[in-house]
Design a protein around this ligand. Structure first.
Ligand code: BES
Ligand code: MN
Ligand code: ZN
Length: 499
């Protein structure tokens, strides 16, 4: 990931120095006003002409490139915002993304943009600025990878211009939040895109430690010895098949005392082969993404540390590999989690719930009142919701509502699965307190509910991102590969709880 430096300036966009300036136009507007009007005048009416001739309609994300827009403005992009009546923050993200990509294609290193949507009534300029920055930075993401030839660098500076000085405070706040959020998402993407041999449990713990140092979080990493002392038999069980030592990352944002305590627990499975219940070889390379929940927690904790909500937040990430070997866990084995509950292993491939069992139990033992776990947990969730929505399984209507509200602000999509006592029957065991996999049917629900068994008494929600963590095709401001899903929602949840 290449960092884009974001700055807000209180001036007219036609007065800034940058390689490219970005203005916008709603669909169906014949006579552009404000900044777009200024560019129109400077180019002898090129914008109006393009609209009149039908060359440019202002459809969402459509771009019109103009050259010699005025003194000191070599190039300008007009980006379409779609119909004004249907404008939302999400549309600002998509328009910003589209314009920024156009600027990249034009080899711009410095880009200036107006805030999309800030001029129209009803929309909060802070939210518009946030969305403009998020869309610009999220779409510009590129995984560096390991190729001999590095990719061409994209823009490294983004200037946000706002002429109206009464809005400048809001625009500054929004741009800051947007930059923090987008950078956190891009951090998660980098962690997830890294192959499993470059993102072992130890490396993941080191990444968390450097995040903690940079952003100002407390960080402790539990070693195998600590896990033994705490009785974390479920995490240790999964880890026993691998030569890589497991790590349990514990990050802490202090917040204020007397507040409910939020814990974010993320699955940090750096490679999931299935273990003795070995997966099919096809597409197994994608199982490097099985730590996407853990990456989302580490990245959200960074955003939380920078945005400083009042609520105390714990970030807990159990990290291990799931591999078959002579020492690996076997189907039929019985292990016990930190809270003393025993688990019969039906499938060693249902390992995420095992490592999260210890994580949520640990969160509860540390006093968390609200626990959210996030995991690439089940293929069944992908079957149900595809790569569009992430799943929620929760014991709390209130916490679910808060998560859905946060997601709406953040620009992400979640769908809650039903829970009913009958589903709990599916994971009853003959020999242990429960088994780690149910029979066929409702796999996303039983998988989630099994995690909830280890933090009973706390408000708890499980986010299944198995279908949404990684994408094989580019979608809007989501480039191919790791998506960084859940980072923005988790950080927003903390901001909302911290008000
Ligand atoms: N990491 C997988 C889930 C997964 C599948 C993530 C596809 C991303 C894409 C998880 O550990 C797993 O293997 N789950 C099993 C559970 C089953 C054995 C009960 C599954 O979904 O098949
Ligand atoms: Mn698995
Ligand atoms: Zn897994």
């Amino acid at each position: 990931m290449v960092r884009v430096n974001v700055r807000v300036v209180n001036t007219s966009i036609t007065d800034v120095r940058s390689d490219v300036i970005i203005v916008n136009l709603f669909q169906g507007i014949a006579g552009p006003g404000a900044a777009t009007g200024a560019v129109d005048r400077a180019t002898g009416g090129a914008v109006s002409l393009a609209v009149q001739s039908g060359e440019f309609e202002g459809k969402l994300g459509e771009t019109l490139v103009l050259r010699c827009a005025g003194a000191g403005i070599p190039k300008a992009i007009v980006v379409g915002l779609g119909p004004a009546a249907q404008f939302t923050a999400e549309k600002a993200r998509r328009a910003a993304d589209s314009a920024m990509r156009q600027a990249s294609r034009m080899k711009a290193r410095t880009v200036a943009t107006i805030v999309h949507g800030a001029g129209i009534g009803g929309l909060d300029p802070e939210m518009c600025a946030r969305a403009t920055v998020e869309g610009s930075l999220l779409g510009a993401y590129n995984y560096a990878g390991f190729k001999a030839k590095a990719a061409e660098p994209g823009p490294s500076e983004l200037l946000i211009t706002e002429l109206d000085s009464s809005k400048i405070g809001s625009v500054e706040r929004g741009a800051r939040t947007g930059a923090v959020m987008a950078e956190a998402v891009n951090l998660a993407r980098d962690l997830v895109n890294a192959p499993a041999n470059k993102m072992t449990p130890s490396m993941m713990a080191e990444a968390a430690q450097s995040v903690a140092q940079e952003a100002g979080l407390e960080c402790r990493v539990l070693e195998r010895q600590d896990m033994k002392q705490l009785g974390m038999g479920a995490l240790l069980g999964v880890a026993q098949g691998s030569a890589e030592p497991p790590k349990m990352v514990v990050l802490k944002h202090q917040g204020s005392a007397g507040r409910p305590a939020l814990a974010l627990c993320g699955k940090g499975l750096t490679f999931d082969s299935g273990g003795i219940s070995l997966k099919n070889r096809d597409g197994m390379e994608l199982m490097k993404d099985d730590m996407a929940g853990g990456a989302a927690v580490i990245a959200a904790m960074k955003a939380i540390a920078l945005l400083k909500p009042e609520v105390p937040v714990l970030g807990i990430v159990p990290c291990t590999e799931n591999l078959p070997s002579g020492t690996a866990l076997k189907p039929g084995d019985v292990i016990s989690a930190m809270n003393g509950k025993t688990i019969e292993i039906i499938s060693t491939d249902a390992e995420g719930r095992l490592i999260l069992a210890d994580a949520v139990a640990y969160a509860k033992s540390l006093g968390a009142t609200h626990i959210v776990d996030v995991a690439t947990l089940t293929g069944a969730c992908f079957t149900a919701l595809g790569d569009v929505y992430s799943g929620i399984v929760s014991n709390s209507d209130d916490l679910t509502a808060r998560i859905l509200d946060a997601a709406a602000v953040a620009g992400e999509r979640f769908w809650r699965f039903p829970t009913a006592e009958e589903y709990e029957e599916k994971y009853k065991s003959d020999v242990a307190d429960l088994k780690n996999a149910g029979d066929r049917g409702a796999g996303a629900i039983t998988g989630g509910l099994i995690i909830g068994e280890f933090c009973k008494g706390s408000a708890w929600a499980h986010l299944d991102i198995a279908g949404t963590a990684f994408t094989s095709s580019e979608k809007g401001y989501q480039p191919k590969g790791a998506t960084g899903v859940a980072v923005r929602t988790l950080a927003q949840l903390a901001l909302d709880m911290g008000r």
